[in-house]
Design a protein around this ligand. Structure first.
Ligand code: CMX
Length: 437
């Protein structure tokens, strides 16, 4: 058994034992109460699931196993003498709760490279799709097509014991994560570059190799960006739509491939991950409509107002949990300040940041007027030549695999049951009000 797997087994078996006792002793302890507004309001804030890999504070933002993004940038191992963390290190941290050594992260890079062979039928499935199929649809189909490799599905069919679910899920998670850069790059090249594919460079790390296979630019900064990008998008606790979808589907014992593909279909919605393409589309339309690449704050304010008057949301702003600027936005801003602060597009993103919050605050209903992760990413990607914005959510998806699949390993190891909350009808609610209000 490899070192990561045996560490995970040791830690998860100990927690499983502890939790059994804890639930037995305190199972009736109230941890929350649900209000009618939450029942009709998308279950905001209802504490109803366990997610070990990260936690989201409304004001401070995300912490991965207790570490903030600036701390991860400092503490996680780097590729060669680079400054950005390697996503391999974050996966290790999320899975076993320890910052790995450089040697451990290098091992994980090599291990993912070893597991990265894609079956021919996955390429054939992608090649059968029309080139205008949305990249997220292609991504989801490719992931489903890989499911024939599922160790969990094969061992389940052969009568695997419940106690081994964690083991087969770990194998699936590792294999799937290993394959994602190649698949995602294949989708990019077939959709936007006449199917001229670029072979992997196995001297590179997971994120660096992905950047290489995308073939957008020779600029080494783009590899650094991918390391940062694939780290900061990886996890956002368990209640967000894509993570929760993976959790829900996984709770039926669907394997990691089917569960993750479902999560990607959820990420593909414009209120969630697709917002990263919507942001840059909205900015480009604004630039076109104003006829200038350097709009003033006054011009931006008018355009924002016109968007709201048309009954649309301002993409990249607002959040269901956060109540302050998203630290993932700030991390990208810090990167942009270092490498491209004189870009007109980046300057526009920063002006939008000054203009939008007071306007949204003025509406009196928006709970969080601040930018989220999606407000910044498109401008940085465009700077390096990745201008095909309908591809952006695939990048988010590749990263999101790290968190949701580490969490799926925990769900299987802790023996979580089928998820099945209770629904009621509006008639039931009306009767309840009559009797209780
Ligand atoms: N622009 C305009 N109106 C907004 C808004 C925005 N950016 N954010 C929220 N509102 C509106 C809501 O549409 C809602 O209006 P109605 O009452 O008329 O329906 C009202 O403000 C209250 O919403 P809220 O409680 O503040 O926000 P929610 O928790 O319901 O929704 C979110 C959160 C992210 C869906 C919402 O802020 C939004 O639509 N933002 C734009 C899309 C976006 O950037 N999504 C990406 C989020 C991050 C990610 O998952 O990747």
């Amino acid at each position: 058994m490899d070192k990561l797997k045996s560490k995970f087994h040791e830690k998860s078996a100990a927690l499983r034992k502890e939790l059994r006792g804890l639930v037995k002793e305190h199972g009736t302890l109230k941890v929350d109460e649900v209000k009618l507004g939450q029942v009709y309001g998308g279950m905001r804030g209802v504490k109803s699931m366990i997610w070990e890999t990260s936690n989201l504070d409304p004001n401070e933002g995300i912490r991965f196993r207790g570490y903030t993004i600036p701390e991860l940038r400092e503490k996680l191992p780097k590729f060669q003498d680079g400054k950005e963390p390697m996503p391999e290190g974050l996966f290790w941290l999320m899975l076993v709760g320890e910052i790995p050594t450089q040697e451990e992260v290098n091992w994980l890079s090599d291990e993912w490279e070893r597991r990265s062979e894609i079956p021919d039928h996955t390429f054939a499935a992608l090649n059968s799709l029309s080139a205008d199929t949305h990249p997220m649809t292609q991504f989801s189909i490719a992931i489903c097509s890989l499911q024939s490799n599922s160790v969990f599905a094969r061992r389940y069919a052969a009568g695997m014991s419940k106690l081994d679910y964690w083991d087969a899920t770990y194998e699936d998670a590792m294999n799937l994560i290993a394959c994602l850069p190649r698949i995602a790059a294949y989708i990019y090249r077939r959709t936007y570059h006449r199917g001229e594919h670029i072979d992997p460079d196995n001297s590179l790390d997971w994120a660096g190799n992905f950047a290489h296979m995308l073939g957008v630019t020779d600029n080494e900064e783009f590899k650094k960006l991918m390391r940062l990008y694939l780290t900061i998008h990886a996890d956002h606790e368990g209640g967000n739509a894509s993570a929760h979808t993976v959790h829900l589907v996984g709770s039926t014992l669907s394997d990691a491939y089917l569960s993750f593909a479902s999560g990607m279909n959820s990420l593909a919605g414009p209120l969630h991950g697709l917002a990263n393409q919507e942001v840059i589309k909205w900015i480009m339309e604004m630039i076109d409509s104003l006829g200038t690449e350097t709009p003033t704050k006054e011009q931006i304010a008018e355009y924002v107002q016109a968007t709201l008057d048309d009954g649309k949301v301002i993409p990249g702003y607002g959040h269901a949990v956060l109540r302050e600027p998203d630290p993932r936005f700030t991390a990208q801003r810090v990167f942009a300040e270092e490498y491209m602060s004189d870009s007109d597009l980046i300057q526009t993103v920063w002006k939008i940041f000054d203009v939008v919050p007071p306007i949204l605050q003025g509406l009196g209903k928006v709970k969080n007027p601040w930018p989220n992760v999606d407000a910044h990413s498109g401008a940085i990607l465009s700077h390096y030549g990745l201008t095909e914005y309908s591809y952006y959510t695939v990048l988010f998806g590749v990263s999101r695999a790290l968190g949701v699949l580490a969490a799926l390993c925990w769900s299987r190891a802790l023996g979580f049951p089928l998820e099945r909350p209770k629904s009621v009808t509006s008639d039931w609610i009306k009767d309840y009000i009559k009797e209780n209000a």
